[in-house]
Design a protein around this ligand. Structure first.
Ligand code: NDP
Length: 301
């Protein structure tokens, strides 16, 4: 099939590079005051080959001048050991950001252990105290992926006031917070939001009415051209390794069928290179916020 017009590609990397450069400068100022922002990630049952998301967070932190370290716990770690580990790391003054890499294996429960992290150091923005604060429009760490998507929409989608944003997926770290941020009574937001999930009946009846469609389902190529309103802005959060990659071909794909949807959408994020780089950049920004808050105001001469 040929297309009359292809969608604008919303590359996240240039915006992410700008944000990271801003963070690098903030970290340099902190270092001048003797403070090196520290990120500490706790993983449970990480495979011997490592976790690529964890690696990329550590590398990105080090690139902006922060310190990063990973504490790897066995898959059968007890609840009490995980709790003690998170509390001990949270109490370490050289650590400004603590991440419990999710998901953690059952019978451990995310919600129980997120409370073991100091909310000031919860750079993922999902401690119940932070969630309560951002739901109420108060200053708090906010989850990085939705923050990155909001930045991208600010830059490329104009004012969302009155527009219909459909979010597919209600996860703790992506869909649910994004639905809150998009509907906030703040400049550029004020969208009318529909939040869909696996129990939504006739998903396409919602997605085809979206001015802005954000897909965070964790289902490879689940959204095709027939599920998208012509002219919509499509943000694809999903990321999956291609099952049978061909040499020189793409290695990853998203929750959206990119080749089909780019022919009906007005703008679309690529996978990889769309939302992913922004997630990491916003995480670094949260880390810089945490380190600056713990350092207090710089002395003026
Ligand atoms: P989760 O698996 O936690 O949540 C998926 C959501 O999609 C759930 O709310 C689920 O509904 C919903 N869902 C699943 N199937 C359907 C369906 N058929 N119809 C409608 N809704 C459905 O995923 P995450 O939010 O953590 O991640 C989503 C994707 O984004 C993954 O591919 C992940 O790898 C990727 N990701 C990418 C990031 C990035 O930086 N690029 C960051 C974070 C995630 P229910 O709640 O009813 O189960």
């Amino acid at each position: 099939m040929t297309a009359d017009v292809d969608a604008t590609v919303l590359a996240g990397a240039p915006l992410a590079a700008e944000i990271r450069e801003g963070v690098r400068k903030r970290v340099a100022l902190l270092r001048e005051r003797g403070i090196v922002p520290g990120l500490s990630i706790v993983t449970v049952g990480e495979p011997p080959s490592g976790n690529p998301y964890v690696r990329s967070k550590c590398r990105a932190a080090e690139e902006v001048g922060a310190r990063a370290r990973v504490t790897r716990l066995a898959p059968d770690v007890s609840e009490s050991t995980l709790r003690a580990t998170l509390r001990e790391i949270s109490a370490d003054r050289s650590v400004h950001g603590v991440i419990l890499q999710l998901p953690i294996p059952a019978p451990l429960r995310d919600e129980q252990h997120l409370e073991d992290i100091d909310p000031e150091k919860d750079v993922d923005g999902i401690h119940p105290l932070n969630v309560g604060r951002w739901v109420n429009g108060l200053t708090a760490h906010r989850p990085a992926t939705p923050l990155g998507i909001v930045e991208l929409l600010h830059r490329h989608a104009g004012d969302l006031a009155g527009k219909h944003a459909v979010v597919v997926g209600r996860s703790r770290i992506v869909g649910r917070p994004l639905s809150v941020f998009l509907s906030e009574r703040t400049r550029g937001m004020n969208a009318t939001v529909t939040l869909c999930h696996s129990e939504t009946r006739d998903l396409a009846s919602y997605t085809t009415r979206a001015d802005v469609l954000i897909v965070a389902m964790g289902r490879r190529r689940a959204i095709g051209a027939a599920e998208v309103r012509p002219g919509a802005i499509v943000i694809d959060v999903g990321i999956h390794p291609v099952e049978h990659p061909v040499p020189g071909g793409p290695k990853y794909e998203g929750d959206v069928d990119y080749e089909a949807v780019r022919r009906v959408a007005s703008a679309i994020t690529p996978v990889p290179g769309g939302v992913g780089p922004l997630t990491v950049a916003m995480l670094l920004s949260n880390l810089a916020d945490a380190a600056e808050r713990s350092a207090g105001p710089a002395a003026t001469s």
